[in-house]
Design a protein around this ligand. Structure first.
Ligand SMILES: [Zn+2]
Length: 163
């Protein structure tokens, strides 16, 4: 599964090698850039609960040295798919997570989490809104986020800082 990442005028052809799901929804995706990792965090889209948004959260390291996912006892919703070219580092073993043979079909049977029909990329920060109890892209929450020009921080309408 290929993904063309167009970021700050740098276009990279990536290969999706790892998808971690929570309750059937992509949560973290790792792509290979010639054997090196590019990590993406996935969130529910702030515009549409059925859709997703993603954020490039970092990179580096070999795709043969991925950090194994571990989940707390009692949570049964975690699963992952990993391409044969990738593997976990020997240091940790995956815990409380199911390995899938194939990536899960998402809405409209699309399996590619980066598909434009399903997802949009967030280039700025992703911020939580405590009033809505959800995450927003760089445009923030229209109803509850205000930018404090003077201090250069994002605040809620009640004056408290957004964590
Ligand atoms: Zn809000």
């Amino acid at each position: 599964m290929k993904f063309t990442h167009d970021y700050a005028n740098r276009v990279k052809e990536l290969e999706v090698v790892y998808i971690e799901y929570q309750d059937g929804v992509p949560h973290q995706v790792t792509c290979s850039d010639n054997g090196y990792c590019d990590h993406f965090d996935f969130y529910k889209s702030c515009y549409d609960d059925e859709n997703l948004m993603y954020y490039h959260s970092g990179g580096g390291g070999s795709i043969r040295d991925l950090q194994a996912p571990t989940y707390v006892d009692g949570y049964n919703g975690a699963s992952y798919w990993m391409h044969e070219s990738a593997s976990f580092s020997d240091k940790y073993k995956p815990k409380n997570i199911t390995r899938l043979k194939n990536p899960l079909p998402l809405r409209n049977n699309i399996i590619d989490p980066f598909n434009e029909e399903l997802s949009h990329e967030v280039y700025g920060t992703i911020d939580y809104c405590k009033f809505c109890d959800k995450y927003y892209d760089e445009n923030g929450c229209d109803d509850h986020h205000v930018w404090d020009e003077e201090n250069g921080v994002l605040k809620y309408i009640d004056g408290t800082e957004v964590e």
